[in-house]
Each structure stands twice: as structure tokens, then as C-alpha cells.
Ligand binder design. Structure first.
Ligand code: C2E
Ligand code: MG
Ligand code: MG
Length: 747
């Protein structure tokens, strides 16, 4: 999995978010627009209805007005007299015709007798002579007939004095007109008439532009006019005018007042701006949402990456390594060949961390990860399992013999010094390997890791800086580890299992045995020889080291008492040294055995130098004051800092065998060892080299100025009787040949 790359994160808002937002926006716009359009149309419709009603009322008002005006003339004694009883054309013209034309704009005024024959006529303000019987041929005929019929009906009620007035729309000379016919009767009742003999006054007003203009002005109607054809323009409204018989006469057409449209035209720009603003806000919101989505996605990526990767090296972490291993094991039927799991643990990493600081430790871990990638290739599954532990999965052919070489390449690569920011560090690598073949039975990833761990433990116990392949007996040994405590406790109670052997210490210069190191041995009735590397740590963890250490010290001092002048070295664990009673134990044993303190050398490990405990330093000081020598064991594997030696002065340094074993190879160890020897001598400290196995190593160490040599070249640890023989042998100069004889003795 790659580290999260922000530019690779999806750059759009998820459809699940985008779709509802867009839909909601569209719905909102459609709803608002729909509502606006609907309500404006509604307003316009209502306005049309209102205007049509108004026009209808206006027309009706015209009729009523005309009827009233006709009545005011026709129901009047003067009119009756001057039109019928004593016909006076001048009077008619002056009081009726001219007045009605001039004041009220009537186009025609006609007086007809009881036979509907015109007796007087005025058209456009001028008197005209109409032919007799003309009314019967005019559009007025029906109106007059209706009037008289009505009059006759009304006659029994009145006495011929009741006026009858009829108004109707007529086409006069094909022109629409409003016509009113009124019977001329007495207003006082003083002048009686025979019913049916009444004269009739007929008033005519053409529905022309003048009338329309009057209506428009009076009622604030826009562009109203009379027309015989209705317009089709959307902003035009028409009102059909029909006569009393229901016949169409004309249209009144006018320009509609459409408040809805006005509101709409005023609202649209405002709405558009509002929609634009809302759209902009939504875009902003979506953009913000996109950012949040991106941040969320990046966060998810990052936490997924973090959850599965080691922060420091960028390698997969333990949990993702286990998951990937399980995946590969599950699918190994499809994978070709064998799967090998390598567990790698750095040697001496803790010391680097403790002495150079955590930053240097972190740098070192990163550098190790880089070297692993470089050696194994970036396609190999490499993980940091924690601390200084790494896991590697290799897939190869079952017959592949490369595995040992590959692990050795890894060990060699990590064995090279690391150039850290301010320091140079030197660590090693121990590797536990377990392989599983394609056809083998099912093994879970955790079981495989457990086995690789056991092999790693063996690699460390076997001297570190090596690779060990898991074997079944290792598991048994591990089981033993769990029971070791009880067994060791029992062994300490008995005298037939634990023993002490002595490994000769040889003077480099003379090749004579100058002393021996006491090493504990445990011969278990069931498990055979158990290595101190296995039981000493258990003894240290359980406190049994006190009893064991006392046992070894006593045996060593017993030998030392009998070999004055020979140095007898005894390994002391930190636990013992931290015990305030420890010096008493040592002096008590020296006293009881009679050994000279100056012949005793206590070997301590470098970790003690870091120990700030007052007791440890107090004990060391007491020992040195008494002439007991102090040696620093396994030098080079721990803190390797000579500066500590100023705080805790020692008499001897024992260079660890991991340096000695690499001496002949022209390795970096040569210069390191030389530096240690030179510095130690400068501080007046003697140097012993451990694990000398070859003559070449002995020679090189001799050239470097090493004082004492110890190793299988001369002898391994031998029982007390044998070392006593070596001490007693007057010709115990140990040349290589001699060493073989000592080895023979040891056997
Ligand atoms: P050490 O004190 O460094 O002892 C030397 C170890 O190196 C011994 O292993 C010895 O057998 C081994 N050795 C010596 N020469 C050679 C050689 O040429 N080649 C190789 N490959 N190995 C060589 P051993 O006896 O297994 O002891 C291991 C460690 O256990 C000792 O390392 C010491 O730290 C510890 N130990 C042993 N006995 C005691 C004891 O009584 N008390 C304490 N506290 N630790 C002990
Ligand atoms: Mg030792
Ligand atoms: Mg040692």
C-alpha cells in the first residue's frame, strides 16, 4: 500500500450527495417558478373577470342612463302637448332634439305617432324629413312593436298615462347603436290620452368611437372600442354585446390590464438574481462538501495506511504482515513453490538506543529497512513487527538452495557499519527461518510465526549474527524452557547435575596457561547438556542465579586456593552485583576456601556500566580495594563505550568472540579490535580475546598486542581435575600442538 497521495484522492462530490442537492435545487426552482407563473396567471384571470364585469356594468349603466334621459323627456306634459296635442316643430327642435344632441351626444331623435309614422326627426343635430311609414322599415320596427305590445299590456293598470320605455341594441344602417323608445305621456296626469294612441320618442346613440372614448375616460379602460370582429391578440379582451332577443350586435374590445404579467415582468429579474445567488451558494456548498469529502477520503486513506504501516519505516506493520501472510498461506495452492518466513532481530540494537539515543535508534531502524529493501527487492514482503524485529516472506522453488545465501546476504548487509547522523553504529542480525511447502498440511500464519520465533531464539542463543532454520527439536527445547525453572531449582538441591568446568586462559606472549574461567554446566538426566545460554537467563529472571552463582564461585575458589598465582575468572550476573550482601558472600567464600583475592577475577557484563545503582558500584569498589580483579566480559556486544570505564575502572576487557571470529576476513572487526586494544592499553587495562579458534586469529591478536587468549584453539572448558593437571604440568606451554593435547585432556 502506497502512502496516501492527496492528488490521487477522488476529486468529486459523491453522487449520493450531489444528486439530492441538485434535485432539491431543481425542485425548489421549479416550485418557485411554478408558483409565480401560476399565481400571476391566476391574478390575470381574476383581473380579466373583474374587467369583463366592469365592462358589462358600464354597458348596462349606459342603457340605464339612456332610459332615464328618454324618460325625462317623454314623461312631460310639455312634450305631450308640443309633439301630439299642438305639434310644434320648433319647440321639439329646441327643447328635445338640439338638447339631446348637444348635451348628451344623441345621434338621432325621432317622434312617431300612434301608427309609428315619424312626425319629427333629427339626425346628427339637424332636422330631417323622414318618409311616412319609414319607421316600419327601419330597425326600430321591432322595438316599437314590442313597446306598443308592452304598452297595451300595461294599459289596464294605468290609464294610458304610464310611460313605457324600452331600450335595446340594434344595428342601424349596419352600425351598432343603443336605441331607446319611450311613450310620451303626461307627467302630471292632467292630460289624458286614449291608451294605444301615444306618440313615441325614439333616441338613438351609435356605438362608435365617441361612445368608446367616453367609456374609456369614465371607467379608466384602456383602448376600448366597438368592433364587429374580435381580436386575437393575447392582451385584448372582448365583451360581446347582444340585444334583447339574444342576437349579437357588436363587441366591446379593450386592452387588458394584466397585473400578474406586470408583477411577473418585475419579479423575473429579481428571481433570476435570487436563483443565481442561491445557485452560487449551492456551488460554494458543493465545493465545500467536495473539500470535506476529499479530507474525509484522505483521512480514511491515511488512517487505513497508518493502521497497516509502521510510521517510522513505511513498511507494513505486524497486523498487516500477519494478514498478508495468512492470505498467501490460504492461496498457496495457487502460488508456485515454497513460502519461507524469516524473522529477523537486530543484535545489540538496545545498546545503540541506550547509548546513542532514540533518534539514532530510529535512524538505524530506517537504515536497516532500506538495506532489507535493497537486498531483497521492493516486491518482497518485508514488515517491521516492532522494536528491532522484522518479518520477511520469500516465495521460491522447493528445490531452491538460495535461502541460506539470501539470509546470509541479509546478515552481511546489516553487519556493515551504519553511518548515522552523528555516529557510526555496528549491529548484527539474527534470523529464524521456517519454510512451508505447497503440498504440506495446513499451517496457520500465527503457528508459522511462532516457529520462526523459536528458530530466531535459537539463532540468538547460538551466538547471534546467524540464521537458523526451524527444526522440531527446537520446539521441545522451548517447552523445556518453561519447565526449566523447576528443574533448575531441583538441580540446585542435588549435587549430580550441576558442575563447573574451567576454560584455560593463555598468555599471548608465552602461550602458557595463566588461569581459567569457570563456566557452569548442567547435565540433565532427560535433556542432556543444557547450555548456560539457556538456563542462565532463567536463573537471572527467577533469582536462582544467587544460589547458582554461589555454587560456581565456591567451586572456582576451591580451585583457586590450590593454584595460587593463577587467575580464576568467575562470571557474575548483574543481579548478584546489585545485592548488598554479595561482597560478604564473596569474602566469606574466599575466607573459607583460603583463596587469595588477587587470584580472583570477576567478569561483569557491560550493562552493569550503565547501572547507576549505588550498590553495584559500591560492591565493585570494595572488590577492587581488596585486590580482586574486575574484567569486562563480551566487550563490543554491549555499550562499547570506553568512557564508562572512567566511572567504573576495570582491570581487563574481554573482546567478544563475534569480533574475533571475523578477524581473518579483513573485516571491519580488525580495525575495531585494534582500536579497543590500543585504547584499553592507554587506560592501563589488559585485554583478553575470547573465542580464539584458529592460529591465524591468535597471530593477528598477538600482533595487536592482546594480553590473554581464550578459545577452542587452546581448549574448551574442562573439569576441575583436568585443569589441575594443566596447571601442574611443568611443560604447559600451550602451542597449537599443545592445545590439541589439552583438548584431548578435556575429552
Ligand atoms: P562467557 O562468559 O563469554 O563465556 C565464554 C563462552 O564462550 C563459553 O560458553 C565458552 O564455552 C564459549 N567459548 C570459549 N571459547 C570458545 C571458542 O573458541 N569458540 C566458541 N564458539 N565458543 C567459545 P558457555 O560456557 O556456553 O557460556 C556461555 C555464557 O554463559 C558465558 O559467556 C557467560 O556469560 C554465561 N555463563 C556461563 N557460566 C556462568 C555462570 O556461572 N554465571 C554466570 N553469571 N554466567 C555464566
Ligand atoms: Mg565470561
Ligand atoms: Mg564472554
Amino acid at each position: 500500500m502506497q502512502p496516501p497521495n492527496p492528488s490521487a484522492i477522488r476529486r468529486h462530490v459523491p453522487v449520493a450527495v450531489l444528486l439530492p442537492v441538485v434535485l432539491m435545487l431543481a425542485l425548489a426552482i421549479i416550485t418557485v417558478l411554478g408558483f409565480v407563473v401560476w399565481s400571476t396567471a391566476n391574478i390575470d384571470q381574476r383581473s380579466l373577470e373583474r374587467q369583463t364585469q366592469s365592462v358589462s356594468r358600464v354597458i348596462q349603466a349606459r342603457r340605464d342612463q339612456m332610459q332615464m334621459q328618454a324618460a325625462s323627456l317623454a314623461v312631460w306634459d310639455e312634450t305631450l302637448i308640443n309633439t301630439k296635442l299642438a305639434f310644434n316643430a320648433n319647440w321639439i327642435e329646441r327643447n328635445l332634439a338640439s338638447r339631446m344632441h348637444a348635451n348628451f351626444g344623441y345621434d338621432a331623435l325621432v317622434v312617431v305617432d300612434e301608427a309609428n309614422n315619424p312626425t319629427y326627426a333629427m339626425v346628427d343635430g339637424f332636422p330631417v324629413i323622414l318618409p311616412e311609414n319609414a319607421s316600419n322599415n327601419t330597425p326600430y320596427r321591432t322595438l316599437l312593436a314590442d313597446l306598443r305590445a308592452t304598452h297595451l299590456q300595461a294599459a289596464p293598470i294605468g290609464t294610458g298615462q304610464q310611460p313605457v320605455i324600452l331600450t335595446d341594441f340594434l344595428l342601424v344602417d349596419d352600425r351598432p347603436a343603443l336605441v331607446t323608445a319611450a311613450t310620451i305621456v303626461s307627467d302630471t296626469g292632467a292630460l289624458q290620452q286614449q291608451p294605444g294612441t301615444e306618440y313615441v320618442l325614439v333616441l338613438t346613440r351609435f356605438l362608435d368611437t365617441t361612445v368608446a372614448t367616453e367609456i374609456n375616460r369614465q371607467y379608466a379602460i384602456e383602448a376600448g372600442h366597438f368592433t364587429m370582429t374580435s381580436g386575437t391578440a393575447p392582451d385584448q379582451a372582448v365583451y360581446p354585446i347582444v340585444n334583447n332577443a339574444g342576437r349579437f350586435i357588436t363587441f366591446f374590445q379593450w386592452t387588458l390590464d394584466r397585473p400578474g404579467q406586470t408583477v411577473l415582468s418585475q419579479t423575473i429579474p429579481m428571481l433570476s438574481v435570487t436563483f443565481l445567488v442561491i445557485g452560487g451558494l449551492v456551488l460554494l456548498l458543493l465545493n465545500q462538501l467536495r473539500r470535506y469529502a476529499e479530507a474525509l477520503e484522505a483521512g480514511k486513506h491515511f488512517s487505513r495506511y497508518q493502521a497497516s504501516h509502521d510510521e517510522l519505516t513505511g513498511l507494513p506493520n505486524r497486523s498487516s504482515f500477519e494478514a498478508e501472510l495468512a492470505r498467501r498461506l490460504d492461496g498457496r495452492g495457487h502460488e508456485v513453490g515454497t513460502i519461507s518466513l524469516l524473522m529477523l532481530d537486530l543484535d545489540r540494537f538496545k545498546q545503540v538506543n541506550d547509548t546513542l539515543g532514540h533518534q539514532a535508534g530510529d535512524e538505524l531502524i530506517c537504515a536497516v529497512a532500506d538495506r532489507l529493501r535493497a537486498v531483497l527487492g521492493k516486491d518482497t514482503l518485508i514488515a517491521r513487527l516492532g522494536g528491532d524485529e522484522f518479518g520477511i516472506v520469500l516465495v521460491h522453488n522447493a528445490s531452491d538452495t538460495d535461502l541460506p545465501q539470501t539470509s546470509q546476504r541479509v546478515i552481511d548487509a546489516i553487519g556493515q557499519p551504519f553511518e548515522l547522523h552523528h555516529y557510526k553504529a555496528h549491529v548484527g542480525a539474527s534470523i529464524g527461518i521456517v519454510s512451508i511447502d505447497r503440498g504440506s498440511e495446513e499451517v496457520g500464519s500465527s503457528e508459522l510465526m511462532r516457529k520462526a520465533d523459536i528458530a530466531l531464539y535459537e539463532a540468538k542463543a547460538g551466538g547471534r549474527n546467524r540464521a537458523m532454520v526451524y527444526e522440531e527439536h527446537m520446539n521441545e527445547m522451548l517447552q523445556l524452557q518453561h519447565t526449566i525453572e523447576g528443574e533448575l531449582r531441583e538441580a540446585l538441591q542435588r549435587d549430580d547435575q550441576l558442575s563447573v568446568v574451567f576454560q584455560p586462559l593463555v598468555s599471548q606472549e608465552t602461550r602458557r596457561v595463566v588461569g581459567a574461567e569457570a563456566l557452569s554446566r548442567w547435565s540433565h538426566p532427560k535433556y542432556g547438556q543444557i547450555s548456560p545460554a539457556r538456563f542462565i537467563p532463567v536463573a537471572e529472571n527467577t533469582g536462582l542465579i544467587e544460589a547458582l552463582g554461589e555454587f560456581v564461585l565456591r567451586r572456582a575458589c576451591e580451585l583457586g586456593a590450590n593454584a595460587p598465582g593463577r587467575t580464576i575468572a568467575v562470571n557474575i550476573s548483574p543481579t548478584q552485583l546489585r545485592n548488598p550482601q554479595f561482597s560478604h558472600v564473596v569474602f566469606d567464600i574466599l575466607h573459607r576456601t583460603g583463596m587469595r583475592p588477587s587470584d580472583l577475577e570477576l567478569e561483569i557484563t557491560e550493562s552493569i556500566l550503565l547501572d547507576d545503582e549505588h550498590v553495584s558500584s559500591q560492591n565493585l569498589r570494595t572488590f577492587r580495594t581488596a585486590g580482586i580483579k574486575i574484567a569486562l566480559d563480551d566487550f563490543g556486544t554491549g555499550y562499547s563505550s570506553l568512557s564508562y570505564l572512567k566511572r567504573y575502572p576495570v582491570d581487563r576487557i574481554k573482546i567478544d568472540r563475534s569480533f574475533v571470529s571475523q578477524l581473518a576476513e579483513g573485516h571491519v572487526s580488525v580495525s575495531i579490535t585494534q582500536a579497543i586494544v590500543t585504547l584499553a592499553h592507554a587506560m592501563d587495562i589488559e585485554v583478553t580475546a575470547e573465542g580464539v579458534e584458529t592460529e591465524i586469529q591468535a597471530t593477528i591478536l598477538g600482533q595487536m598486542g592482546c594480553n590473554v587468549l581464550q578459545g577452542f584453539l587452546f581448549s574448551s572448558g574442562v573439569p576441575r581435575e583436568k585443569i589441575v593437571d594443566v596447571f601442574a604440568d611443568p611443560a604447559n606451554a600451550l602451542m597449537s600442538r599443545g592445545a590439541r593435547s589439552v583438548k584431548a585432556m578435556a575429552r
